[in-house]
Design a protein around this ligand. Structure first.
Ligand code: SAM
Length: 159
């Protein structure tokens, strides 16, 4: 299984980079992982709705360019469906069994994902009703994917 994580914006904080490196290393035993960063657009506080759409659309175009045909796309979205860690593990396992060898998770920028990206998504996944910063979301996602593989393989993992 090949897992691609497409995120908007460049990761800056050292502590997040270290966490991501750690989980990338741990995941290398289970999957081929590809981390893609697409450029973010400036999004000052006082943007109109129309201007916000333009920002999301531009970021969305950058995201869509990296999605190969036949990829199963999971968009991280606050309006998506919530899964337990076990259910996410089942979902990944079923995708593998049904021949979906390319899976892409998408994390939006500070304004969220464009309608086009959400339309392309095969599944919308919500982690919690709380909003997380998009850069931290990468680390949380990697940890849950790693946990998912441990659960799938029946390997011990602290509860
Ligand atoms: C700062 S959030 C964007 C918030 C924006 N107001 C929205 O409604 O999408 C940036 C990105 O992080 C991800 N994200 C943040 N919290 C999330 C959560 N609880 N569940 C799923 N994705 C989340 C989503 O991909 C989102 O596009």
């Amino acid at each position: 299984m090949n897992i691609t994580i497409i995120s908007v914006g460049k990761l800056k904080e050292k502590y997040l980079k270290q966490g991501i490196e750690e989980y990338t290393k741990r995941l290398s035993r289970y999957t081929k992982l590809n981390l893609v960063e697409v450029p973010d657009e400036k999004a000052p506080e006082n943007l109109s709705n129309a201007e916000e759409q333009i920002v999301k659309n531009k970021e969305g175009e950058g995201i869509l360019k990296h999605i190969k045909e036949g990829t199963y796309v999971i968009a991280l979205d606050l309006k998506g469906k919530m899964l337990s860690s076990e259910e996410l593990a089942d979902k990944l396992q079923n995708l593998g069994i049904t021949g979906n060898s390319n899976i892409a998770f998408i994390i939006g920028g500070s304004l969220g994902l464009s309608d086009e990206v959400l339309k392309r998504a095969d599944y919308k996944l919500c982690f919690s009703p709380m909003t997380f910063p998009h850069q931290l979301m990468r680390l949380i996602l990697l940890e849950q994917v790693y946990r998912g593989f441990r659960i799938m393989k029946g390997e011990p993992y602290h509860k």
